[in-house]
Design a protein around this ligand. Structure first.
Ligand code: DGT
Ligand code: CA
Ligand code: CA
Length: 574
């Protein structure tokens, strides 16, 4: 059974959780958390890297011991340390840590003192008033726990797009190899490139008698079969990801693809148009009375209601149907349109590859230029650069540019925007760079007025080029900070600077709605990988997906420009 990075990350997270409940050394716990994060963010499968004989200790936070554990998990599907820890504490205990307000200490007390092992038992204990009596808990804590459990249960889990992609790709390859299978397409929110997906919806066409259903429900990673018929089945993978499969006839493929791509709101709007035309649309085709008039491909479905093909990323009923009707659909930006990447790190700070390796990897992605934008000194956890180290890196970039062909390195910095809107390095140092990306990495909880003002003041610096990950959110982990994005975008326009769309799978920040806002205000967006390793350039595709959801076209995106066209844009005009 193929082991995915997300699986290994889960193992490390659980080890960290269990060590934490046991009160282990904090450094040891953090090492596992960091490793989990490294794996979760790694765009290449660790399994594949191992097969290629690559050295995993080159990854950030992975030493000999962790590399050996990764190998063990990939080879055996098990981790002996976790097996041992699981024998020491019951499996469900770690789930308790997910409840806001419950740290390892409290979980340990609940387990030892009143034998609470599961969320359900926790709920009952709180309801029955058994928690308030525990030392360090009290009535208020008990009430909070009760409420937290209720919200926890009501929020079902969604998967980040890049994580879902690992499962989708493996499963697609598996299904394609089943005898008789012709087409395999992942529809649903995955095809619409939503930043998270609730489940995967897979569509298959197959010759009569193909064993695709049996193979699907028998797939190694299936933990539970929810339902299985002749044309549809639903399973839950071991990771908890649900997958729905439909087998459709070739004459219905387009109609089914349209139906299962959604969104539901888009489908309903399209069906309403069809009704007015006296047509009926369902997942089998488009019908006038009993006669099927379309459905073998998606374009035929749209054509039947008088519309051009609408790209999946736009199908949210947010004006795309009106735009299609008026012939004003955007021609969305594509991955191949990108000529460069304006945000990357090397091992000089918290990246882990050399300048040269990063340059070569960017070139291999078909890029012409790559800006190196390390963290600045304020970000000590990332070993941020001071002026001296930055100057040294600039020299090395000059040297490499003299030597490398087909790729140009630009000199940049990801400078911290401090609380008062000043930048972490002096203007005189910034003036020597090709671009300056400003980033908020601290003080996320300022008031809306203060946070907005902080960013506007940062943009006022003469050398400020671009605002990094503008909302600051981490998907499922950290809410966006409270700012007036329209004011920021308008200020950027006045100052001649740009907004980043950070393509990191945990960020995907600019949000899609703000992409549209930037486009309307005439501010160019730069789709940047924020690469911390030579593998991370692959993430640009998720950034492009997000940009497409935000209606961006090639000319709306800064880094579709050639280097020659880019340079004058980076020189501030006012
Ligand atoms: P997700 O999985 O929550 O990220 O979002 P989707 O959009 O993938 O939703 P899902 O998996 O429930 O259903 C896949 C598609 O099937 C959905 O985008 C549209 C279509 N669909 C599902 N239920 C309905 C429905 O009741 N009416 C219509 N018109 N379409 C539906
Ligand atoms: Ca879905
Ligand atoms: Ca579904």
């Amino acid at each position: 059974m193929p082991i995915h990075n997300a699986d290994i990350a889960l193992v490390f997270e659980e080890i960290a959780d269990r060590l934490e409940i046991q009160g282990a050394n904090p450094f040891r716990i953090r090492a596992y958390r960091n490793a989990a994060r490294t794996l979760a963010e790694l765009p290449q499968e660790a399994r594949v890297l191992l097969e290629r004989g690559e050295d995993l200790t080159r990854l950030p936070g992975i030493g000999e011991d962790l590399a050996a554990k990764i190998r063990e998990i990939v080879d055996t599907g098990h981790c002996s340390l976790l097996d041992r820890l699981r024998r020491e504490l019951p499996p469900a205990v770690t789930e308790l840590l997910r409840i806001p307000g419950l740290g390892p200490k409290r979980v340990k007390a609940l387990y030892h003192d009143i034998e609470v092992q599961t969320v359900e038992q926790l709920y009952r204990a709180a309801r029955d008033g058994r928690i308030r009596a525990l030392p360090g808990f009290g009535e208020k804590t008990e009430r909070n726990i009760l409420q937290a459990v209720e919200t926890h249960v009501s929020q079902s889990r969604r998967f980040k797009l890049a994580v879902a992609a690992q499962y989708a790709e493996a499963l697609t390859a598996f299904l394609k190899a089943v005898p008789g299978v012709k087409r395999v397409t992942v529809a649903g929110s995955f095809r619409r490139m939503r930043e998270t997906v609730g489940d995967l919806d897979i569509l298959v066409t197959a010759a009569a008698g193909s064993p695709v259903m049996q193979r699907f429900t028998g797939y190694d990673e299936v933990a539970e079969v929810l339902s299985a018929g002749t044309t549809r089945a639903s399973v839950v993978l071991k990771s908890g990801l649900q997958v729905d499969l439909r087998v459709v006839g070739p004459e219905s493929y387009g109609a089914a693809l349209h139906y299962f791509t959604g969104s539901k709101a888009h489908n309903i709007a399209i069906r309403r148009i069809a009704q007015k035309l006296g047509l009926k649309i369902n997942e089998y085709g488009v019908f006038r009375g009993d006669e099927r008039i379309a459905g073998e491909d998606e374009s035929s479905v749209y054509k039947s209601v008088g519309l051009p093909f609408i790209p999946p990323e736009l199908r949210e009923d947010r004006g795309e149907i009106e735009a299609a009707h008026a012939g004003r659909l955007p021609k969305l930006v594509e991955l191949a349109d990108l000529r460069g990447d304006l945000h990357a790190h090397t091992r000089a700070t918290d990246g882990h590859d050399s300048l040269r390796d990063m340059a070569l990897a960017a070139k291999a992605m078909g890029l012409e230029y790559l800006a190196i934008t390390e963290h600045s000194r304020h970000l000590t956890v990332a070993h941020g650069l001071d002026p001296l180290r930055l100057a040294r890196q600039c020299e090395e970039i000059d040297r490499l540019n003299g030597e490398l062909e087909g790729i140009t390195l630009l000199k940049g910095i990801e400078v911290d925007i401090l609380e008062d809107g000043s930048l972490d390095l002096p203007d005189e140092v910034l003036s020597r760079l090709d671009l300056v990306i400003g980033a908020v990495h601290s003080k996320f909880h300022l008031s809306r007025a203060k946070q907005t003002e902080r960013i506007l003041r940062a943009m006022d610096h003469p050398h400020f080029s671009m605002l990094a990950h503008p909302s600051g959110r981490l998907i499922d982990e950290r809410e966006p900070y409270d700012v007036d994005m329209l004011r920021i975008i308008r200020h950027a326009r006045g100052r001649g600077c740009f907004l980043e769309l950070n393509a990191h799978p945990e960020r995907l920040d600019l949000l899609d709605s703000h992409c549209l806002m930037a486009k309307e205000e005439g501010v160019l967006v730069s789709i940047n990988s924020d690469a911390h390793s030579r593998y991370d350039f692959i993430n640009l595709r998720y950034g492009v997906g997000q940009a497409r959801r935000g209606w961006l076209e090639k000319h709306d995106v800064l880094n579709t420009r050639s280097l020659v066209a880019l340079r004058p844009l980076l020189k501030r005009t006012m």
